[in-house]
Design a protein around this ligand. Structure first.
Ligand code: ADP
Ligand code: MG
Length: 699
């Protein structure tokens, strides 16, 4: 029972509240509410003002108001849509209450001329006068005084079978318990609350459920009232703290400590036909420092398409290899894995390093042999797709995992890899390369368990890509232009993009377009590459394109990442309006890799939605991936940019990164303060918000 002195609302279950039986408890559970604390954290969707009654004579269309009146008469109107219409009157004014959903019982119940009623709803105007459709209404006794609420009325998210009224009565009880000293512990130090001008937890919760009548409603509806922001802040903080703790834990693990001074990395860099950019040198230096620390590196290297992340990864790999460790490189597609394989082979073979590549397509004897050589240590570096991390693949001494082009790689996957690669007491280092830059504050929030490096400089001598946006009606002219260009020695891509999210359809479309283009352009050598071809075939086509025996390459989005053919200087992206900014930027990055001026044509099917048209114009105006990422953030919001929808990277109960971005900087700062000065509070906050997410809540 709930007569303890200071019940902890966290351990007190709703079933103990008045009026909650097994059935209601079941409904509540569907809303994620088990304890009284859950109930208090179940925040209103919106608020209604029932703090006063508006005279019927003063109504205006669009008002959301509470009114009082006497039922004059009740009729069922047969019209286009049958409706029950109740006329209520007050002095000489009247209002119609209209119900489209009703049954005989309801009709009988409300058919009571002379009965006083209170109603709440939105006022609309129609030819018969003012009306409310499906208002909330209560009968009141003749002599009963007008009772108004003295706070705004909370409307909660609810579920079938659980009435607003019940939720309101339950929160009333919960708030009463809170007032009587029931515990909803304050985990934020007073000094911090004062500094941020945020109310204490108890006060905040009270205000959110029962805002005083003079609370600015606009602010409440936007979720920007200090009381609401206080809870949002704590939730964001919980996430930040949990990632920071994961990072601290990672730092306490052991990893190969690379201190030997080897000349191998320098040898490698010397043989390159170019000089590293300053940014590349800086990032390699940051990596080396991690490798010397003795705990696992968990570093994200962000760099725009073409900024030269691969050589940075290669240099990193060499530090491990020269110290006697193995390296695994994981790419998201076979095509990219293969491209890396070729690069590494040409770079590392002269240094007498054995390189292998492994995808799910490699089977049987070949696969067994690779597995054996990885276990035996004869292979120093293996490149592949996620097939690398299957159970039967064991390493002798894996020291570094490099993950390329995976910006949708959540904390769960990072941790899984950290454990998987473990041998003896050692955990491998991890280097994550991403070409999709994420604005800084967001990166600090989503990747707080990682260190970040940025390659913010492109190799010199790149000519910017000219981008044009064309409607499909210009297709024939475009095809002619391609012909002229290719006959003059240029190479081009024609990219077919996802149709209805189906790879099969995408490949079919690419085949169709290949036919169309082959018919129009008999003078050109046209090739086709798509995701459902055998890797041998893909390899041959890419090889031919690289060697300029193909002029025009029709491709699906498999070429999105990593493909590097410097002579290709023209790209057409079909149905560009269907793709997101990040993906378009990635695709476009396949051209503009040499010194020749490159062009990208974004072909679209009219009509363009407003958002699509903004995306295309961002792409036409900007080439810097960081600016494009910022625009993407403005257009789509952080949830989409981080890919939280797809991966559950971070899921919030009440915070909304788009609305609450302005809090992030303080969240990061306060997180540091708590971890260092109030570690127990930090634990409690994580527990409060993330208890149901074991990976994030465990220390
Ligand atoms: P990304 O960052 O998109 O993965 P890559 O590593 O594929 O870029 O590099 C793109 C191209 O630029 C490659 O052909 C690579 O050899 C070349 N490159 C890398 N660094 C430099 C540099 N410092 N100067 C000139 N070319 C470079
Ligand atoms: Mg790359």
């Amino acid at each position: 029972m709930i007569n303890q002195d200071r019940p902890s609302l966290n351990s007190l279950h709703c079933i103990e509240l008045k009026g909650v039986g097994p059935k209601i408890a079941e409904h509540l559970k569907r809303l994620g509410i088990v304890t009284v604390q859950d109930l208090l954290f179940h925040l209103p969707l919106r608020y209604e003002d029932r703090t006063h009654f508006k005279p019927l004579a003063h109504l205006k269309p669009g008002d959301h108001v509470q009114v009082e009146g006497t039922i004059a008469h009740v009729v069922i109107k047969e019209g286009r849509r049958k409706s029950l219409v109740v006329r209520i009157e007050e002095e000489s004014a009247y209002l119609l209450l209209r119900f489209f959903h009703f049954n005989t019982a309801q009709y009988n119940l409300i058919n009571r001329p002379g009965q006083r009623v209170h109603c709440y709803g939105e006022v609309k105007w129609n030819a018969q006068g003012y009306e409310m459709i499906h208002p909330e209404y209560y009968f009141v006794k003749e002599d009963q005084p007008l009772t108004t609420s003295n706070t705004l009325t909370a409307i909660y998210p609810t579920t079938e079978g659980l009435h607003q009224y019940s939720l309101r009565r339950l929160t009333d009880q919960a708030l009463l318990l809170l007032e009587k000293g029931g515990e909803l512990s304050e985990h934020l130090p007073v000094a911090i609350l004062e500094e941020l001008a945020l109310p204490g937890l108890t006060k905040a919760v009270h205000t959110i459920h029962r805002p005083p009548s003079d609370t600015p409603q606009e602010t409440l509806h936007q979720g920007l009232h200090p009381a609401q922001q206080r809870l949002v802040f704590e939730e964001l903080l919980a996430h930040q703290l949990s990632l920071a703790r994961i990072r601290m834990r990672t730092r306490s693990l052991q990893a190969p400590k690379i201190t030997t001074q080897s000349t191998l990395p320098d040898q490698f860099l010397m043989q390159l036909p170019f000089q590293l950019t300053h940014a590349q040198k800086r990032v390699i230096h940051e990596i080396v420092q991690d490798l010397q620390s003795g705990s696992p590196m968990l570093r994200l290297v962000q760099g725009d398409v073409g900024s030269g992340k691969t050589v940075v990864a290669a240099a990193g790999a060499l530090y491990l290899i020269s110290a006697g460790f193995q390296v695994a490189i994981m790419a998201p597609t076979e095509l990219l894995a293969e491209q890396h394989y070729k690069n590494f082979l040409s770079w590392f073979n002269p240094l007498e390093i054995n390189v292998a590549w492994l995808t799910s397509a490699i089977k049987g004897k070949k696969r067994d042999e690779i597995a054996e050589n990885l276990l035996g240590g004869q292979l120093q570096i293996v490149i592949g797709t996620h097939a690398l991390f299957q159970k039967e693949i064991l390493f002798k001494n894996l020291g570094l995992i490099i993950i390329d082009e995976q910006h949708r790689f959540g904390v769960h996957q990072r941790l899984a890899l950290l454990n998987k690669g473990m041998w003896g007491d050692y955990h491998p280092h991890q280097l994550i390369m991403s070409a999709t830059p994420i604005p800084r504050t967001l990166a600090m929030t989503a990747y707080a368990d990682l260190d970040c490096s940025t390659i913010d400089e492109l190799p010199p001598g790149r000519t910017p890509i000219k981008t044009v946006v064309l409607p499909n009606s210009k297709r024939q002219e475009l095809i002619h232009r391609i012909k002229d260009n290719c006959l003059a020695g240029a190479q081009a891509y024609w990219v077919c993009t996802l149709i209805e999210e189906s790879e099969i359809l995408e490949c079919q479309a690419a085949e169709e377009i290949t036919k169309e283009l082959t018919a129009c352009l008999p003078e050109l050598r046209i090739g086709l590459v798509h995701g459902r071809m055998k890797s041998k075939e893909k390899e041959q086509i890419m090889f031919a394109f690289n060697n300029r025996t193909i002029d025009l390459l029709v491709a699906t989005t498999v070429i999105e990442v990593g493909v590097d053919v410097p002579n290709a200087s023209l790209m057409v992206i079909e149905n560009a309006e269907r793709l997101g900014l990040a993906q378009l930027h990635q695709l476009r990055g396949r051209v503009g890799r040499g010194s020749i001026e490159s062009h990208c044509v974004l072909l679209y099917q009219p009509p363009l939605s407003r958002l699509a048209s903004e995306r295309l114009s961002v792409l036409r105006s900007y080439s810097d991936g960081f600016i494009i990422a910022q625009k993407d953030l403005e257009l789509r919001g952080p949830g989409e940019v981080l890919g939280t929808r797809q991966t559950g990277l971070i899921q919030f109960k009440i915070a909304d990164l788009t609305r609450d971005q302005h809090l992030l900087q303080n969240v990061q700062r306060v997180s540091e303060v708590l971890l260092h000065q109030f570690p127990e509070n930090a634990d409690l906050i994580v527990q409060r918000w993330l208890a149901d997410n074991h990976l994030l809540s465990e220390v």
